[in-house]
Design a protein around this ligand. Structure first.
Ligand SMILES: [Zn+2]
Length: 234
């Protein structure tokens, strides 16, 4: 009795795996939320997941004037995705709306799409000091790929964005630990700092942050695939 239940379960599991495999072969991005027209992608286009932190009920942190982290993350994520799509990447966003999205879903979306690169966007907050400001790039402890990617990302942001880049840091964040792709989490600036908060709200600052992050992805993609994605954007 027990054995037949188990073998039935095994068969269901195998069928599910086969189905998932067939789906992911037929269509590269089941969960992609593309905006704009579908463009022809190069055969070997790398898949980049852009993860706008928080969303919906989860507002993240906030500035004194009530600006919410989730909105800034999404604004910069959309701008970044748009640059990368123009550069020929297969871009997948974990959310394009102000929607509650679990950490598990974010990881699932990345892994089911066989992402080559994962970037999560956040804003920081320091409860002890309003003076602390700047960008930090986090990567998973013990990830050599993450370490390299974080360094490349920090360099690209520092050469494109008028903000102090505080450096790269190791962290145990869920989305870094469970995504299969090399992953970084960018804390773009401090909502607790008036200067950073003002910058993060400004469209032109968001544009340059998006450009910096996109260039970080492009530079790292060049390292992964041997200079196919030369960065044309200026
Ligand atoms: Zn956050």
């Amino acid at each position: 009795m027990m054995a037949s239940v188990l073998s039935l379960l095994m068969m269901i599991l195998i069928a599910l795996f086969l189905l998932l495999g067939a789906m992911s072969q037929g269509k590269k991005h089941i969960f992609s939320f593309d905006f704009g027209e579908e463009e022809e992608l190069p055969e070997d286009a790398l898949t980049v997941v852009i993860d706008a932190g928080h969303g919906g009920d989860d507002v993240g942190t906030s500035a004194k004037d009530g600006t919410l982290e989730k909105d800034i993350n999404l604004a910069v994520a959309k701008k970044t995705a748009s640059i990368l799509e123009k550069q020929g990447f297969n871009v997948v966003m974990t959310r394009t709306l102000d929607a509650t999205t679990s950490l598990q879903d974010r990881v699932y979306i990345s892994n089911i799409n066989n992402a080559d690169i994962f970037v999560s966007l956040h804003c920081n907050y320091n409860e002890d000091s309003e003076d602390i400001s700047g960008t930090e790039v986090y990567y998973m402890k013990q990830s050599a790929d993450g370490d390299i990617f974080a360094g490349v990302m920090a360099g690209a942001i520092s050469s494109n964005v008028p903000i102090k880049v505080r450096g790269t840091l190791k962290a145990d964040f869920f989305v870094l630990n469970y995504t299969a792709a090399p992953a970084v989490l960018v804390e773009m600036g401090y909502m607790s700092n008036d200067g950073d908060a003002k910058d993060l709200k400004s469209n032109s600052f968001q544009e340059s942050m998006a450009k910096g992050i996109a260039q970080g992805v492009i530079r790292y993609a060049d390292e992964l695939s041997g200079s196919e994605y030369s960065y044309a954007g200026e």
